[in-house]
Design a binder for this molecule. Structure first.
Ligand code: HPA
Length: 271
């Protein structure tokens, strides 16, 4: 079985299980964003384990489900659960899942994550739209891709028109929406304070362990990308708090309701 076979079979399963659904917006939920699932109306959930192109992910909460339905009235395909490069070292962990979305005609992909802030003025609970990224690990999900399409243009990887729409929606809601550069770190260890000072010098505004390989897959597949970070902590060395996954999840939980409301308002504007 090739990856393409798995994608074809996954797309066929989705069409068979949810024949009435026509999602044009895909959403990948990161830490703190899982509450979106409860806002999907007319939901059909399909376990990743029934979709051969999808990754094996943990079973906590809704993780490991593709949910099709309506969010804020818009037809969406929500990926609850992502595999990170730090889990097994592979940057192409989400390639099959995202290409399956493209195969069922999803045109716009919204990537969400939890991230650390490099700017004390953008504190815990803030939301940041990605304007660009730094792929510092220089890892790619496109190794072995044939043809010239592998030379993906990464200018405006985060679609400027979609970013404007997101800013308008946030403004209408009276919500502050920062915009900045996301530095991808492989993890799973957090950064050292020296690494955070380096990232600041390089122009990063936030740091996290996901999203960038997914953006590359999506741009290669011809989807437009919008990405949002929920700031769960100031990065290492910027305050006295020790960093832990539990702290990240707790902070994400606290700010989650506001993040989810923004996404619900955003979905129809992106469709
Ligand atoms: N560093 C890396 N990834 C993260 C952080 C951080 O400080 N916070 C949430 N995800």
């Amino acid at each position: 079985m090739t990856l393409q076979d798995d994608i074809t079979r996954s797309a066929a399963t989705i069409r068979a299980r949810a024949p009435q659904r026509t999602p044009r917006v895909g959403i990948v939920l990161g830490s703190g964003w899982q509450g979106v699932v409860d806002h999907v109306d007319e939901a059909t959930a399909i376990a990743y384990t029934d979709l051969p192109a999808f990754p094996a992910v943990g079973v906590a909460g809704h993780a490991g489900q593709l949910i099709l339905g309506r969010l804020g009235g818009a037809e969406v395909a929500v990926l609850a659960g992502r595999q990170h490069t730090y889990e097994d070292g592979h940057a192409d962990a989400m390639k099959g899942a995202l290409r399956t979305l493209a195969a069922i005609d999803v045109k716009t992909l919204v990537l969400t994550n939890a991230a650390g802030s490099l700017n004390p003025a953008m504190g815990t609970g803030s939301l940041m739209l990605l304007s660009d990224h730094l792929n510092l690990p220089q890892r790619t999900p496109l190794h072995g891709e044939p043809g010239s399409s592998r030379f993906v243009d990464m200018r405006d990887a985060y679609d400027p028109a979609l970013r404007r729409i997101a800013q308008e929606v946030a403004k209408k809601m009276g919500k502050a929406l920062h915009e900045g550069v996301y530095a991808w770190q492989l993890g799973p260890q957090f950064e050292t304070p020296a690494e955070i000072r380096m990232l600041r010098l390089l122009g990063a505004d936030a740091v996290g362990m996901s999203t960038v390989p997914e953006t590359i897959v999506a741009r290669h597949a011809g989807m437009k990308v919008l990405a949002l970070s929920l700031i769960t902590n100031l990065a290492a060395g910027l305050d006295a708090e020790p960093l832990s996954h539990a702290q990240t999840l707790a902070a994400a939980q606290g700010a989650s309701a506001s993040a989810v409301r923004l996404l619900e308002a955003l979905a129809p504007a992106l469709a």
